[in-house]
Every structure is written in C-alpha cells, then in structure tokens.
Design a protein around this ligand. Structure first.
Ligand SMILES: *Cc1c(COP(=O)(O)O)cnc(C)c1O
Length: 359
C-alpha cells in the first residue's frame, strides 16, 4: 500500500489553461514548467498542455528533459543561456533564449552559428532581478538586429515584482514604463505571470507566462484559486497509520511542543518534511480526514504528523486517507499556516511521494 501520494488531476489542468485563455483571450500562452512543473511532474504535465503555444523553463536541463520526453513545442529559457557552448544546444533543440545582460549578448555576437536563434530581450522595469536597464534598450536592440546569430524578430519581455498585490501601484508603473520603452517596436511583447494575467489586463501583451494559476492555485494575496475559476491540480494525500490515546497534559512529538488539554485521540499520519510537507506548519494547521478538518498537534517530523481527532475518533481508523492539501483544503491556506507561499510547498514535494495521474 502506498502512503504519500500526489494525485494530479489532468482535467483540472486543461480547465485551468482554458481559464488562462479567458483572462487573456488575445494572448498566446507560454506555459511555465520550471521546477518539475511546480512539483507536478515536468513531462506528464507538458504532455497534457497541448493547447499551450509554447513552454517556458528556467534552465537548459529542464528544456532538454522536455525534448527527451518527446515534446516538440518551442521552449523559452527564462534565464537564457550561460556559456557560448550552450548555443549549439539551443539551436539543435529549438530553444528560444532570454537575453538579459551584456555577457550573453557578447557571447551571442561572437559565436559562429549555422542559423539564427530566437531571442527575447528582457528589460528591467522595476523587479531589479534580471534584465537590461531601460537606457540600454536601444543599444541591445540594434546589436541583436545586427548580428546574424539572432533572428530578426526580437521579442521583448519584462517581469512584475508586485502583481499579486492589487493595492500596489508598482505594477501599473512597470506596465507604463514597458509600454513607453517598446513603442514603435512591433515585435511580440510579454509581461504577465499569473498575477498579471488575473489582475492586470493592461499587461497582457501578445504573450503571457502563466505558472502557478495553471496548477489551480492563486498567486494573489489572501485568495484561493477558486475565486478566479481555477481548480487545484494537486491533491496531496497519505494514510492514517496509527490511532493513539493520550491523557490530559501530555506533551506530544519532538520538543514536546504541543500539550493535550484533555484526554483525546491522535491519528498518526504518514507525511512529514521528508515528503516536502512544511516543518514550520504551525500548531493547528488543518488536514482533512473524510470531509472534516482536524488540527495537527506537535511538530511535523520527517515521516509523520500527529493529528488531534478528538475523544470519540469520529469513526476514523487506520488506513483512512488524509488530504494534506487539495480540493478540500487549498494549498494557499496551508502555505499561510507555514508562513510561506504555495509555490514553495508545491516545489518542495520530494521523490518519496508517488504520483498518480488522473485523466
Ligand atoms: C516563474 C516565472 C513565471 C510564472 O510565474 P507565476 O507567478 O507562477 O505565474 C513567469 N515569468 C518568469 C520570468 C518566471 O520566472
């Protein structure tokens, strides 16, 4: 019997991609599959995103894994390439690259390639992570047009830093700056991550880059995917492996961080930080058994968590399934309980967890 299982709902995935298209009906979709498709399984997820126009990943190895898996769509490398030796690999595999700094541009200019590479010029409009400064744009643009190693169509990209917060004026400022910079440059523009797609229609452009929302999860502050018509793709489950009695005033788990106030029963569930469940989930973080929520009691250990199911066990028995997050318990909520973001919880699933793909 398998214990920790990530059930992946492929119908929900397809529905969420359709929802991306509803939010941004005029844009093409570059489906973001980095970090093992946010912990959902890179190749499997890609195989079920036939409706996407392209894929995007962070690193070359991720893109090569997609090709090894038989995927043929264009793939955009969101961090670009790192070394001139990477360029023939890009060419041979139909990878498109971001150009975000002088080193990359120089390597591209100096390479001797049989054919030009498709490039996205990334402009920093306020994120201050990757991207050229606005003042460098014309120089970079002209040099890319001049080199025979870059395709004539030079696409333009930027990335939002605060789009998850509707109250933050920064996103509108980033869109306005980008629009002013790219005026007169007819090539494809791409600005929006999931939060941009959901909340900032002025930033949709010819292409959008949805990640988190495709997996049914909200990128917005204090929201869940359901509010945007999204369905959770991952349901993380395990089983009850023991039910124990504790008396009043017993300290449970490592460090004795939780103490029973009265006699109760604890269900021990087979899930811990060794599966990717957050060790920092606070006391009382919910799990779902049957259709009811129960609070975790004590520290999350590597392989197990104790759950307070109350004096009369509510019919819970060994072998019962436990939902750690999924349709009955949004991962957004668990992330809040662990003072992190749902992105991190999804990416942190470890290889010990089995995957089941449901059509
Ligand atoms: C990860 C990433 C995305 C997708 O972001 P989500 O918030 O998951 O939609 C888009 N663009 C870039 C550059 C990224 O790194």
């Amino acid at each position: 019997m398998r214990l920790a299982i990530a059930q992946i709902n492929l119908t929900a995935l397809a529905d969420n991609l359709a929802q991306v298209r509803k939010f941004a009906p005029k844009s093409k979709v570059m489906a973001v599959l980095k970090a093992n498709a946010y912990g959902h399984g890179l190749v499997k997820i890609a195989q079920h995103l036939n409706d996407a126009d392209a894929f995007a990943v962070a690193r070359i190895d991720e893109a090569l894994a997609l090709r090894a898996g038989g995927l043929t769509k264009p793939i955009v490398l969101l961090e670009g390439f790192f070394h001139q030796d990477d360029l023939p690999i890009l060419l041979a595999n139909n990878f498109q690259t971001i150009i975000h700094d002088e080193n990359q541009l120089k390597a591209l200019e100096e390479a001797s390639l049989d054919e030009p590479i498709s490039c996205w010029l990334k402009i920093n409009t306020g994120m201050h992570r990757l991207g050229i400064a606005p003042a460098q744009l014309n120089d970079f643009y002209q040099r890319l047009q001049a080199t025979s190693n870059a395709k004539d169509t030079i696409n333009l990209m930027t990335h939002f830093s605060c789009a998850d917060d509707l109250q933050d004026p920064k996103t509108a400022a980033q869109i306005a700056l980008f629009d002013s910079l790219v005026q007169g440059k007819q090539q494809a523009h791409c600005l929006s991550n999931s939060a941009g797609i959901i909340a900032w229609p002025a930033g949709h452009g010819e292409w959008v880059r949805p990640g988190l929302m495709m997996y049914g999860v909200s990128p917005m502050l204090n929201a869940t995917g359901k509010e945007h018509g999204l369905k959770p793709v991952m349901r993380l489950t395990t089983k009850v492996i023991a039910i124990r009695d504790v008396d009043a005033q017993q300290c449970v788990g490592y460090g004795g961080r939780w103490q029973s106030t009265k006699a109760t029963k604890l269900a021990v569930v087979a899930m811990g930080y060794g599966d990717g469940y957050p060790r920092h989930a606070k006391q009382g973080t919910p799990v779902v058994i049957g259709s009811k929520r129960y609070p975790i009691a004590g520290s999350v250990s590597m392989d197990m968590i104790s759950v307070d199911i109350g004096e009369n066990t509510a019919g819970i028995k060994v072998g019962d399934e436990v939902e750690m997050w999924g349709p009955k318990l949004p991962v957004e909520e668990v992330a809040q309980c662990a003072t992190t973001i749902p992105y991190e919880l999804l990416c942190n699933i470890t290889p010990r967890v089995s995957y089941e793909y449901l059509e």
